[in-house]
Design a protein around this ligand. Structure first.
Ligand SMILES: [Zn+2]
Length: 116
């Protein structure tokens, strides 16, 4: 399970949201060949690195937002939190159901700096 930090609702279960996909700048349709346009529509890189992606909070605020996530570790970089202009916490992937603990019991934000 992945805990996704919605900037309006706070951290939510991945099943409450939908991953729309990687955020890719749209090319100019008048200056793009059909092959380039097809690549923009259907081809995405899949690096084990930080990518910017769009999420939809379908069970909460029903808003679209953009997050930066590491595809190898599923960490979120500086996720915005409710009431924040810019977030400073990083959330990591958790596993649920192996030791009988409550879902979300071992979730702790990791502060990555900023003013104290
Ligand atoms: Zn939300």
């Amino acid at each position: 399970m992945l805990l996704v930090p919605c900037p309006h609702c706070g951290p939510r279960n991945q099943s409450d949201l939908r991953l729309v996909g990687a955020t890719v700048p749209r090319p100019d349709p008048n200056a793009t060949t059909p092959e380039e346009w097809g690549d923009y529509l259907y081809l995405r890189d899949n690096p084990a690195d930080w990518i910017e992606e769009t999420w939809y909070c379908r069970a909460g605020c029903r808003r679209y937002f953009t997050l930066t996530r590491h595809q190898g570790t599923n960490e979120f970089r500086n996720p915005p939190m409710p009431g924040d202009k810019v977030g400073t916490a990083t959330y990591t992937t958790i596993s649920v159901g192996s030791s009988g603990s409550q879902p979300g019991a071992n979730i702790e934000p990791h502060t990555t700096g900023g003013a104290s």
